[in-house]
Design a binder for this molecule. Structure first.
Ligand code: HEC
Length: 86
């Protein structure tokens, strides 16, 4: 009985940990899908073929225009954008 309680207790702990991590760090894709489709189609982002440096300057240009990417989300967004390169 005691043992079963301990096992389910650690399950809840792990579950909380996972959910906490997901909410603390929204994935780059989720941010891009949301923030980068406000002014133009997300296709424009998905079809762009840029290297890391080009994405960095494009992202900063979009942020200046008003894209809602917070400074702490910038790294995750760049990480995701780089995976779009063909
Ligand atoms: C406030 C409006 C706005 C938002 C939000 C926005 N964009 Fe743009 N985007 C534009 C405009 C206007 C253009 C066309 C003029 C230009 O290229 O500067 C453009 C063009 C582009 C282009 C094609 C031009 C190029 O340099 O290849 C890409 C790629 C792009 N945006 C990516 C993004 C990404 C990634 C995001 C999210 C971080 C984003 N945009 C969010 C306004 C926006």
């Amino acid at each position: 009985m005691k043992r079963a309680f301990a096992v389910s207790g650690s399950g809840i702990f792990l579950f909380t940990l996972c959910v906490g991590t997901v909410f603390a760090q929204p994935s780059g894709k989720a941010i891009v899908d949301n923030a980068c489709s406000a002014c133009h189609s997300i296709k424009r982002v998905n079809e762009a073929n840029k290297n890391a440096a080009e994405w960095e300057s494009t992202l900063d240009r979009m942020i200046k225009k008003g894209a809602k990417v917070k400074p702490e989300e910038r790294a995750a967004v760049l990480q995701y954008l780089k995976t779009l390169n063909k």
